[in-house]
Design a protein around this ligand. Structure first.
Ligand code: ATP
Ligand code: MG
Length: 392
């Protein structure tokens, strides 16, 4: 076997009694995410997950990319395993890292000896291998302080492993260890990022989308499903519950004062989402507000919106500027899809002068002409469920 991956665990190594269940979840998440790329042997010892291709049919590049999106991994490297002796280790450096090493110009060797039975200490291993490298390629300079390239040698239980610099993993905690959350997913920039951030902390996600056909188009719906498939690259398969919102929005338009349209609509979203979340066994709602961004995201408006549910509402973007959100959206590759110009149900019947500081009393009065329970039940009876898979 030529190449495999070492994935180093993140903060889950700090977990006490729960650590085992976190590790089991990480392994099963990895197995599921790599299943489409061939047969891999995946096992975990010494705070490291080993991912070994079992045959030549494995799609190593895609598997590597997928590993980079699995939460719970702090850093990751591709490496070459070899026998635990200096000749084999040097040979692995020559055959596996030589080109990068020579192109760098200067180097150092850093060794770690997890197998304490190995006869040489880590400093001795580094000196031995470093000496052999310098001898084989005199143009290469040893620089222990600012090397252009670092060769890593790890002596572990079953083998030695040789690799170049590691890269950061996806961080966070394994999806599923943090319970289930229902993400209110619009087609905008914010909610996909909010979902990603909660998923990163170990939550499993279900998505809910409110859809106002014919005011919003099939393309707008497809855009939301596309966004869900991008988020699923990180947290795996999800269900998207698509709720038809047209009847409710028309009822609001026909029966409520215009300045309250948005706030009343958002209260309906919350009521319906809480019921769907309960059906899925989700314990929280996740939305993408950032304080003060628009009229419906003032403290007063969010208090009135949140007052209709008892489930916690998580708003991971609440203290972020748009630019910070956009930076994450770009990194997780949702931005390009989010900025496609399809309308969202929030832009249907938008009031010219929305109430920025609504009171609960005023809002209750404004929605008193509606049969809330009936409208909620009607919407719940017409949900379209779509299962979304990672799109790569
Ligand atoms: P986003 O960029 O996520 O659309 P936004 O800045 O446009 O957010 P709002 O329109 O006020 O903000 O929506 C606030 C939050 O409400 C969204 O982040 C999302 O979680 C939820 N939301 C809005 N519209 C919908 C929708 N059509 N379906 C599901 N959730 C929605
Ligand atoms: Mg929006």
């Amino acid at each position: 076997m030529n190449e495999m991956f070492l994935l180093k665990l993140g903060e889950m190594v700090l977990k006490g009694a729960n650590r085992r269940s976190f590790e089991d979840r990480l392994k099963s998440n990895l197995r599921r995410r790599l299943a489409g790329f061939g047969n891999f042997h995946i096992y975990l010892t010494q705070s490291t997950v080993y991912v070994e291709p079992e045959d030549d049919n494995c799609d190593i590049e895609s598997a590597w990319e997928a590993c980079g999106r699995v939460f719970g991994v702090n850093s990751m490297c591709r490496c070459r395993p070899c026998e635990k002796n200096l000749d084999a280790i040097f040979e692995a450096v020559r055959s596996y890292l030589w080109e990068d090493l020579c192109a760098a110009g200067s180097f150092k060797v850093e060794s770690k000896r997890a197998d304490k039975a190995f006869p040489l200490g880590s400093i001795q291993i580094s000196q031995e291998i470093g000496g052999r490298i310098a001898e084989a390629e005199p143009a290469l300079k040893v620089d222990v302080h600012h090397p252009a390239y670092t060769v890593y040698v790890e002596i572990r239980d079953h083998a030695a492993y040789v690799h170049g610099p590691a890269q950061p993993g996806a961080g966070g905690l394994p999806t599923g260890v943090g319970g289930k959350a229902a993400l209110l997913l619009s087609g905008g920039i914010d909610s996909p990022v909010a979902g990603y951030m909660i998923a990163k902390r170990g939550a499993e996600l279900e998505c809910i989308h409110f859809f106002s056909y014919p005011y919003t188009s099939e393309l707008a719906k497809q855009k939301v499903l596309d966004l869900a498939a991008i988020i699923a690259r990180y947290c795996g398969r999800m269900t998207v519950d698509i709720v038809s919102f047209t009847q409710i929005q028309e009822a609001i338009r026909d029966n409520c004062p215009e300045e309250y349209f948005t706030i009343i609509m958002r209260r309906f979203m919350m009521r319906i989402s809480e019921r769907i979340a309960q059906d899925h066994g989700a314990l929280s709602l996740v939305t993408g507000e950032s304080l003060g961004q628009v009229a419906s995201q003032t403290m007063q408006a969010m208090a009135v919106t949140g007052a209709v549910v008892s489930m916690p509402i998580f708003q991971p973007l609440i203290g972020m500027d748009k630019e910070e959100v956009v930076t994450i959206a770009r990194k997780i590759e949702t931005l390009e899809t989010s900025i496609l110009p399809y309308e969202d149900c929030c832009t249907v019947f938008t009031p010219k002068h929305p109430k920025t500081k609504p009171t609960l009393e005023g809002t209750l009065k404004a929605e008193s002409g509606l049969d809330v329970e009936q409208l909620v039940n009607d919407a719940l009876s017409q949900i379209e469920k779509v299962t979304v898979y990672p799109d790569r």
